[in-house]
Design a protein around this ligand. Structure first.
Ligand code: CP
Ligand code: NVA
Length: 300
């Protein structure tokens, strides 16, 4: 494993090995065992979109591993003034040991890996969000004991989260159901891959998708960069919400996850969110542990 660009690049064994190391690092942190595996290493973090969790968890994660993280906003970088990303990465490769990038186009992340000579981590694109799903899988395994055979139901937009959940869950032997309006299905290449490699249902029927699910998952109706479509999306996604009825269709022991930030009253009701806050904030915490595992695998 040289980069983390998207989950489809990883084998099931590689994902499992990240999850196991994440569990170990979480245990060590809880018990005050230092783990400075990345002493003297520097991670550059390029942000072309906002972030709370990704920025803070990578920054704290590098610090806890004995290294250092540099926050690089495109408002300050020459990228914002038109310097090609291929040039930026060739320069950064001379200073840094790794790059995390949050941006719009998946091609830009792939270009960093192609032109640079250091590991690249995808911190979210319009296409996928692999770091989030590693933390999600870690959280599901913590609560359920294992992953194989479980059913995850995602309700909402067939967006970057849906794409990565489909790939990550199917690689781990889970079944996936996506409930979304017809015009907002996950990317066609992801759906085609899933159909060949596992069990995927894509339907506009929320209750059918939720039937018997072990994990219910949702995300915002309008992602970063889609602010202008807010009104259209509010109309299109009406009813694509994890509420009491959806919960009742799922398994009695179903857990509810949300990558955050959440919009109560849109993709999830305030009641369901608060009833499952323990899981949702464990999930957010696990971003730290899962990403530290990725950093150790790539930068050590
Ligand atoms: N879930 C997630 O990636 O959160 P941020 O946008 O706050 O980083
Ligand atoms: N789909 C959301 C995820 C945020 C973590 C977005 O891209 O804005």
């Amino acid at each position: 494993m040289k980069h983390l660009l998207k989950l489809s690049d990883l084998t099931a064994e590689e994902i499992l090995s990240i999850l196991n190391l994440a569990d170990q690092l979480k245990y060590e942190r809880k018990n005050g065992v230092p783990h400075p595996y990345l002493k003297g290493k520097h991670l550059g973090m390029i942000f072309q979109k906002s972030s709370t969790r990704t920025r803070v968890s990578f920054e704290v994660g590098m610090d806890e591993l004995g290294g250092q993280a540099l926050f690089l906003s495109d408002r300050d970088l020459q990228i914002g003034r038109g310097e090609p990303i291929q040039d930026t990465v060739r320069v950064l490769s001379r200073y840094l040991d790794g790059i995390m990038i949050r941006t719009f186009k998946q091609e830009d992340v792939e270009a960093l890996a192609k032109y640079g000579s250091i590991p690249v981590i995808n911190g979210l694109t319009d296409y996928c969000h692999p770091c989030q799903v590693l933390a999600d899988l870690m959280t599901i395994r913590e609560y359920k004991g294992s992953l194989k055979g479980l059913k995850l139901c995602f309700v909402g937009d067939g967006n970057n989260m849906a794409n990565s959940l489909i790939v990550g869950c199917i690689k781990m032997g889970m079944r996936v159901a996506i409930a979304c309006p017809d015009a907002y299905r996950p990317d066609a290449d992801v759906v085609a891959w899933a159909r060949e490699n596992g069990e995927l249902l894509v339907t506009s029927d929320v209750l059918a998708a939720a039937a018997g699910a072990d994990v219910l998952y949702t995300d915002v109706w309008a992602s970063m960069g889609q602010e202008g479509e807010k009104k259209v999306r509010e109309a299109a996604f009406k009813g694509y919400c994890i509420d009491e009825k959806v919960l009742a269709a799922a398994d009695r022991e179903a857990m509810v996850l949300h990558c955050l930030p959440a919009h109560r009253g849109e993709e999830i009701t305030a009641e369901v969110f608060e009833a499952h806050a323990a899981e949702i904030f464990d999930e957010a915490e696990n971003r730290l542990h899962a990403q530290k595992a990725v950093l150790v695998k790539l930068l050590k």
